[in-house]
Design a protein around this ligand. Structure first.
Ligand code: DAH
Length: 360
């Protein structure tokens, strides 16, 4: 083998062993640079005899061309490999889940959801929504509702009183939503058919009581509204709200100053296995108070008990939310813990309606 063949084999091997552009360039300079091994050979041609040059010229030039060619090919291969490596390193997996949009991540509080459910059901029965202030006068919260001054029922409400005003009057944080009955009857002509949802306050706190809670009041006043109508409305409500075909209800005689007769309503349920189910079982759960509006209350609102009558009911929203959605403790409702809300909250676009289904 000639010295040229040895050199060529050597150079081509070096070229093929390079792993990046820098090492390839080093090989190129060592072979074809000014003082490179191949360049040095080319320089020797000038000093040769014409015959020798004729013979060695094509050999050395051929060597140079092949080495140059090999370097070019290798450069392309290295560039391609580098590009492939970069592309795979920078690849984005577009199949990864996109971060949820706010309307998918946000949650509606169970109270708001249940309130929307209640409103949808009563709206379907022709009820409008009425509202009143959280801070009430003693008259609206008690006196006009037929609580005589000094009546023990006032104490039973664990009332929060505000400091006396200039006239010595003490306003209260309303202890129930019943004052909205008075506001409605004093501002609207019968026939009246309203529900009054809102916040209520009592000095009480344990697993099922918080100082602030929610109630919804119902009031129907016209010429002939009677107990049978009241029972139908409540049964229809419970059946739809608890999403069962039939509910058994029990009307227990009770006392409220603003209704006569008065009743507390229990619904039948089963508590087997720690889970409450409605429409079956042998247990009873109290869910609301109701009655025929007391004639004194009608009179206090300027209505004549001989020409109009009606019924009313009041129910704890938090309580029926706990029952329906199996929440054991009321206190976390008001602790604003995102984890609780993520677990018990509702998707913003799951808006309750009777057509689409209350709970989607
Ligand atoms: N206001 C009552 C309470 O908070 C609930 C209630 C009972 C409301 C009977 C009514 C009713 O309208 O008729 O305990």
């Amino acid at each position: 083998m000639s010295d040229l063949d040895t050199l060529e084999g050597d150079l081509l091997r070096q070229v093929s062993e390079t792993s990046d552009e820098a090492s390839l360039d080093a090989v190129r300079v060592a072979a074809l640079g000014k003082k490179g091994s191949v360049s040095e050979l080319l320089k020797t041609l000038g000093a040769m005899t014409p015959e020798a040059r004729k013979e060695r010229g094509p050999l050395i030039n051929g060597l140079r061309d092949r080495v140059q060619g090999a370097i070019g090919t290798r450069r392309e291969a290295l560039a391609e490999a580098a590009l492939t490596a970069r592309l795979s390193a920078e690849r984005i997996d577009v199949t990864l889940p996109v971060r949820d949009a706010p309307e998918a991540r946000g949650r509606i509080h169970p109270i708001s959801q249940v309130l929307d459910e209640i409103t949808a059901i009563f709206a379907d029965m022709g009820f409008a929504v009425a509202e009143g202030p959280d801070i009430e006068t003693d008259d609206y919260n008690f006196t006009a509702l037929n609580f005589p001054p000094g009546h023990p029922a006032r104490e039973m409400h664990d009332t929060f009183f505000l400091a006396p005003d200039r006239n010595g009057q003490r306003k209260v944080l309303r202890t129930h939503t019943s004052p909205v009955q008075i506001r409605t009857m004093r501002s609207q002509e019968p026939p009246i058919r309203v529900i009054c949802p809102g916040r209520t306050y009592r000095h009480d706190s344990d697993q099922t009581h918080t100082p602030m809670f929610h109630q919804v009041e119902g009031l129907v006043i016209d010429k002939a509204a009677n107990i049978a109508n009241l029972k139908w409305v409540l049964e229809e409500f419970c059946r739809t709200f608890f999403e069962v075909d039939a509910v058994k209800m029990r009307f227990r005689p009770s006392f409220f100053p603003f209704t006569e007769p008065s009743a507390e309503v229990d619904i039948q349920c089963s508590r087997k296995g720690g889970e409450i189910r409605f429409g079956e079982g042998t247990d009873w759960l109290e869910i609301l108070g109701c009655g025929m509006v007391h004639p004194n209350v009608l009179r206090n609102c300027g209505l004549d008990p001989d020409s109009v009558q009606g019924f009313a009911f009041g129910m704890g929203i938090d309580r029926i939310a706990m029952l329906k959605y199996g929440m054991p403790d009321l206190r976390p409702f008001f602790e604003a813990d995102v984890r609780w809300l993520e677990h018990y909250g509702f998707r913003p676009l799951d808006i309750p309606s009777l057509v689409a289904g209350l709970t989607a």
